[in-house]
Each structure stands twice: as structure tokens, then as C-alpha cells.
Design a protein around this ligand. Structure first.
Ligand SMILES: Cc1cc2nc3c(=O)[nH]c(=O)nc-3n(C[C@H](O)[C@H](O)[C@H](O)COP(=O)(O)O)c2cc1C
Length: 216
């Protein structure tokens, strides 16, 4: 083992900031998520709305990347992206996906699983037009997840679409939102001696949430 990997093997931390229990947690996981996200924002956690999105290709091979949550309500969790990207192609082949937030400073993780669908064109339009101009041009300029010959491709595309659309770029047809409708949530709170708290919420046939504690 190299000196560096020996050092990594010794890295460990005791989690002691808070607890998560059946009495104090919300019966509705969306409300629990809302509370924790608000606490992450109030606690000035860096990029509190950044989440890992896992998708699975048609051949069963998983992949992950980070995206930003841009909305959530009882219908699900929303983010925006390029529909032709790798994640877009994988979601077209297999609509099951998983999301994960890790708020390091709060010693908290939220895991969410469910089925994904595209948001309506009106919803994507509304969000697209709320974005800064350079982001709207960027959605046209970047063939996300495709191989390009160099950075100059992006610079040239941005100049081309900037000149074409001036201040009014329309939403590209290949760009928009996805919504994951959760059927399974997990909330993890780090605790002392690796005896962490984990609460899982599973959607039942009667549309009620079953809350269970999992061993850490
Ligand atoms: C903090 C952070 C936020 C990001 N947010 C988004 C996002 O909201 N939408 C998006 O398409 N890519 C976002 N990205 C880039 C993705 O992680 C990823 O590189 C890109 O979507 C291509 O992924 P794919 O090839 O797996 O489809 C973000 C990256 C970081 C580091």
C-alpha cells in the first residue's frame, strides 16, 4: 500500500451533529425532504440543491452524474438537462432512476427512487426563459455527452447561436425537464460509533407511506 492509500485508510470521522427518529420525523417523506433541504440552504451547505442522478442503460449498465434540483412537490423532483445526453438516452430506454443528496456538513444523505417522465413543454419553457442568456445560448451550443474535436466547437457554436437568436433564444427541442415520482425515500443521519439513523419510506398500494428503520 502506498503512503497515500495508507493515509486514506485512516481517514474516519465521528458523526455527532443530530439524530433522526420516528417521533420527530415527518410522516410524509416530501415534508421531511423539504425540511432537510431548507436546513441545508439555511446552513449554507455548498450547492445544497446538487444531487447525484443514477440511470441504467437498456443493457443494465448504471451511470451517475450530478444535476441540480429545480423544483419539487407532491408530483416529484424536477431537474433540467439535454434530452439527447447519455442520461436522456438511458431514461428513454429505462425510466427507473435514483437520486442522492449528500449534505456533508449536516452529516445527512437523502436517497430517492422512482420512475421518471418528462415535464410538460410549458413547464420547460417557463424554466428555460428564466435562465440567464448565456445559459440559454449554452443549451444550443453544447451537444451534451457527444465527442467534440476541441473546446473551439463550443466557442464557435455559442457565437453562432448568439448571433442567430440575439436576446431571444427559443428553448431547444432537445432540452427540458424531467420529473422523478418517488416510490421510495431514505433519510440517513450520521451518528456516533457507526450506529447511524436510517429511515426508509415505501409507497404502499393505498398511497400511504410505510416508514421503517433500517440498520446502518
Ligand atoms: C454541481 C453540478 C451541477 C450540475 N447540474 C447539471 C444540471 O442541472 N443539468 C445537467 O444537464 N448537467 C448538470 N451538470 C453536469 C452533469 O453532471 C453532467 O456532466 C452532464 O449532465 C452530462 O451527463 P451525461 O453525459 O451522463 O448525460 C452539473 C454538474 C455539477 C458538478
Amino acid at each position: 500500500m502506498s503512503e497515500l492509500t495508507a493515509h486514506i485508510a485512516d481517514l474516519r470521522k465521528s458523526y455527532e451533529r443530530a439524530e433522526l427518529n420516528e417521533e420527530a420525523s415527518q410522516a410524509d417523506p416530501l415534508l421531511q425532504f423539504d425540511q432537510w433541504l431548507k436546513e441545508a440552504i439555511a446552513g449554507e451547505v455548498p450547492e445544497p440543491n446538487a444531487m447525484t442522478l443514477a440511470t441504467v442503460a437498456g443493457n443494465g449498465r448504471p451511470s451517475t452524474r450530478i444535476v441540480l434540483v429545480k423544483g419539487y412537490d407532491e408530483r416529484g423532483i424536477v431537474w433540467y438537462t439535454n434530452y439527447d445526453s447519455r442520461k436522456g438516452r438511458e431514461l428513454a430506454a429505462n425510466s427507473f432512476a435514483a437520486l442522492q443528496f449528500h449534505w456533508v456538513e449536516l452529516e445527512r444523505v437523502v436517497r430517492i427512487e422512482g420512475v421518471v417522465e418528462k415535464v410538460s413543454a410549458e413547464e420547460s419553457d417557463a424554466y428555460f426563459h428564466s435562465r440567464p442568456l448565456d445559459s440559454r445560448i449554452g443549451a444550443w451550443a453544447s451537444p451534451q455527452s457527444e465527442v467534440i474535436s476541441g473546446r473551439s466547437v463550443l466557442v464557435t457554436n455559442a457565437a453562432k447561436y448568439g448571433a442567430k437568436f440575439l436576446l431571444q433564444p427559443p428553448r431547444p427541442p432537445h432540452w427540458g425537464g424531467y420529473r422523478l415520482k418517488p416510490d421510495n425515500w431514505q433519510f440517513w443521519q450520521g451518528r456516533r460509533s457507526r450506529l447511524h439513523d436510517r429511515l426508509r419510506y415505501t409507497l404502499q398500494a393505498d398511497a400511504e407511506w410505510l416508514r421503517e428503520r433500517l440498520a446502518p
